[in-house]
Design a binder for this molecule. Structure first.
Ligand code: PRT
Ligand code: ZN
Length: 295
């Protein structure tokens, strides 16, 4: 029987590509790309990579052409609202990159004072499903005009009064005389999977890959923190550190009142955090990155 390989769909080129390839790399996977650049083969695990336009990914994953895929939550949710499928792809987990917001934006000279201002207006967007859902939930009736691209120029061309578009830095809106007025949807990269279930062999590959992905994502912000502190401050320090797990406490030679504390913190440790630790009596504080972690 032919070897079973898990097929993953990622964006060929665009804002999700680098993060997707980087994530696979961090999982110890290298992709050798075929000549046509649409297909890649992972060497370390039985995984094939398909490089597609992001809009095609939910459909490919729903239709069994791929087993899993990485797509923006905005695209996944819009497709879920717009297309009825027998077994739509399912969310597995968010991946922490390609963060952006779908926002309503209006000309800078509007003095916007709430959703009601959009009543009866024309709103241009590439995300009619998400936009209509937001308007409905705010009890506003407006005319949603669907555009495939260049949404931000619609008000200048008098095609629409306002827009609902993806915003990252806000520079594009600003350059087109628009200002964001409300957030419709917050998005980041999302791992999705086929809903129909995998064969035992594919499930085993999927489980092994997920173990690595979960490990990479938990260790991304995690730090190993070491410090010396008065024995009496152990409880306060453990409670204060963000996402800290049970610490290791070690005796310090020749100093019965002080101990060394070692622990893993699952959230970012900032300079402010170190200042606070000092106030709690800590000294000789070291913060080390964690390369890999597996539960
Ligand atoms: O060719 P293909 O169809 O695969 O790619 P695409 O052009 O449709 O998508 P792409 O690569 O632009 O975006 C892929 C995904 O990245 C989106 O679906 C989002 O989930 C996410 N993402 C993150 C963004 C942005 N940031 C982003 N800034 N998608 C689009 N933009 C665009 C936005 O549409 C606007 O034109 O960037 C402009 C705004 O950027 P700022 O920084 O000026 O606010
Ligand atoms: Zn696209």
């Amino acid at each position: 029987m032919a070897e079973q390989r898990l097929r993953i769909a990622i964006q060929k080129s665009g804002r999700l590509s680098e993060g997707s390839i980087e994530l696979l790399k961090s999982c110890g996977l290298t992709i050798s790309r075929g000549k046509d650049k649409l297909y890649g083969r992972v060497q370390e695990m039985p995984i094939d990579v398909l490089l597609l336009r992001d809009d095609d990914i939910p459909e490919f994953v729903s239709d069994d052409a791929c087993d899993i895929g990485i797509v923006g939550q905005n695209v996944f949710e819009e497709e879920r609202l717009a297309v009825t499928r027998e077994a739509p792809a399912r969310e597995v987990r968010t991946l922490g990159f390609a963060r952006c917001k779908l926002m309503l934006a209006a000309p800078k000279d509007w003095s916007f004072d709430g959703a009601g201002m959009l009543a009866g207006k024309r709103i241009a967007t590439s995300y009619p499903g998400l936009t209509k859902a937001w308007l409905e939930s705010h009890g506003v009736s407006a005319c949603v005009v669907t555009m495939k691209g260049s949404v931000e120029v619609a008000p200048r061309l008098k095609i629409a009064d306002a827009v609902c578009d993806i915003v990252s830095t806000g520079a594009t809106l600003d350059a087109n005389g628009l200002k964001p007025v409300a957030t419709v949807f917050e998005s980041q990269a999302l791992l999705i999977r086929n809903a129909k279930g995998f064969s035992a062999a594919k499930q085993a590959i999927f489980d092994a890959l997920m173990k690595r992905i979960n490990g990479v994502l938990t260790s991304r912000d995690a730090k190993y923190v070491m410090m010396n502190a008065p024995r009496s401050a152990i409880a306060a320090i453990t409670e204060f550190l963000p996402g800290a797990e049970a610490p290791t406490i070690l005796d310090l030679a020749g100093n019965p009142d002080k101990v060394a504390i070692h622990m893993v913190c699952r959230e970012s440790v900032f300079w402010d955090t170190l200042e606070e630790l000092k106030k709690l009596g800590a000294s000789a504080i070291l913060v080390l990155p964690i390369e890999k972690m597996m539960a």
